[in-house]
Structures are given as structure tokens and as C-alpha cells.
Design a protein around this ligand. Sequence first.
Ligand code: 13P
Length: 247
Amino acid sequence: MRQKIVAGNWKMNLTKSESIALLNDINASKHAENVQMIVFPPAVYLNTLSELNARCALGAQNFHPAEQGAFTGENSVLQVQDAGAEYVLVGHSERRMYFQESEEFLKDKVDAALAHGLKVIFCCGEPLSIRELEHQNEFVNKQLEESLFHLPAAMMQKVVVAYEPIWAIGTGKTASSAQAENMHAAIREMIATKYDQDLANQISILYGGSCNGTNAKELFACANVDGGLIGGASLKTADFLTIANSF
Ligand code: 13P
């Protein structure tokens, strides 16, 4: 059985008090025991939120792969872990697009996170122009080849993959359950081809891109969709919990 995961990427939203209230609300609510809930708050609040000892795990949206050094404004892999992150996001399209994170840099982030025992959620996904050409599988395979598939099997086993089609992020447009399932099955096949079927069967693959309380049930019913990485809808307790209870 693959781990079911519902993760909230809060992005650059919420104040400290709003973050505390949201995590407390999530923690106080009933949610399925068999679903791993994770939230990715702004890094400046990780430390405070870690003191709430919530059942919901914490993750860092970003980090620098070096442990320390002259990188003004950055938080190191060691620092986000020290502040309470158990998970990290790597390869989010917003980091690739707005902060020019290259495949090589993402590879370094994957390696640094795993070397420190952090769990990696590796994001991949195509822009609309690629989807229109129906080249999405090749595009995603290249992203995995460039920044993830260098890992030995023992390390790859610890990775969660999130498929986030860029055209569905923050747009209200969701991939249909058929589009999501096709891509998730293709990603599992890519992992099986690179490693083996057993390992591919163990890896959780999350869907991200306007996943909400209304469409989560249908998406999560797909054989290869093991949960979601949620943006906007993770900022409201009720919506996030509806999603977490959609399996
Ligand atoms: P939305 O759910 O707001 O589309 O964001 C998805 C996302 O980018 C999660 O990482």
C-alpha cells in the first residue's frame, strides 16, 4: 500500500497568527488516520509552528543545498530542518520559473535534502504549450531524468513525486481525472523503466493544480493518484480537510 498524502503549499501567504490558527484548526479536526497531512508554511514560521507539535507534518517550500555560507537571504538545508521541516519541496514550477532554478541546482537540492534525512516531494509538470503539442510525457520524463533519476534505488524510494501541470496551477483549471491518471501512470512507468516495477509501485505520486474540495474525490479515485499537493485550497481549514477526507 502506498502512503496517501495531502500536502498544503501555503506559498507566500498568511501572517504568523493566521499560520498558527490554521495549523491548530487542522490539528484539532478529524481526519483520516491513514492520510499523511503535511503543510509547507513560509519558512519564517517553521520554528513557531514546530512548537505546536501538530499531527500534521511540516515542510519547507525552499532551501539552499549548502549547509552554510555566504548566500544572503537564503535558508540552508540544515537550517530548515533545524526549524522543524521534515519534508521539502524541490522543483516547484514557481521556483523554476521565477527564481531560475536549473535542473542541475534541483539535483543538488534533491541530494542535499536526502543526505540530511529530509523527505523530498519532487515537482514536475508541463506548461500549456507543451500540453497542446501532446509532448507532456517527454517533457516530464526529461525533468525526472535531469534532477531525480541519478539517485540510487535506495534513495529514490524515499522520494514522493508531485505532478503539477503548470496550466492548472492557480488557474482554477484542473486536469481531468483521465489526464491526471494518464500522466501518473506514465510517471510510474518511467520510474519502473529506470529502476523496477516494485520500486515504482511504492512511490506516492501526488496531483497538484487547482485541486479542491469538489474535484479531489474524483482525482483521488484514480489508481495512480496517491494524494494531492494543494495551493489555494489549503489556506482554508474546511477545504483542506475536505480534500484530506476525499480518499
Ligand atoms: P493551486 O492549488 O493553487 O492551483 O496550486 C497548486 C500548487 O502549486 C501546489 O504546489
